[in-house]
Design a protein around this ligand. Sequence first.
Ligand code: SF4
Ligand code: SF4
Length: 67
Amino acid sequence: MKVRINYAICNSCGLCREVCPEWAITQKYLEPRHLYEVHAEKCTGCGECLEYCPAPGAFIQYDGQLS
Ligand code: SF4
Ligand code: SF4
């Protein structure tokens, strides 16, 4: 399952970007709070980010289809 970020919960700590082995998570520099985003084409669904994210529910898992 790939992941995407729920911005209502994410606190922009950046830990997920640090731990992602695929470098699939980057900063959205134009966002005022430096929110992060997951690049779906790079995400392998390994789940590493889910292990480290301190904000429960900040990641949403989905089947890989961008609806
Ligand atoms: S599931 Fe794995 S590859 Fe996808 S964003 Fe999280 S750490 Fe990166
Ligand atoms: S680790 Fe969780 S709270 Fe921190 S930036 Fe990533 S999604 Fe947001």
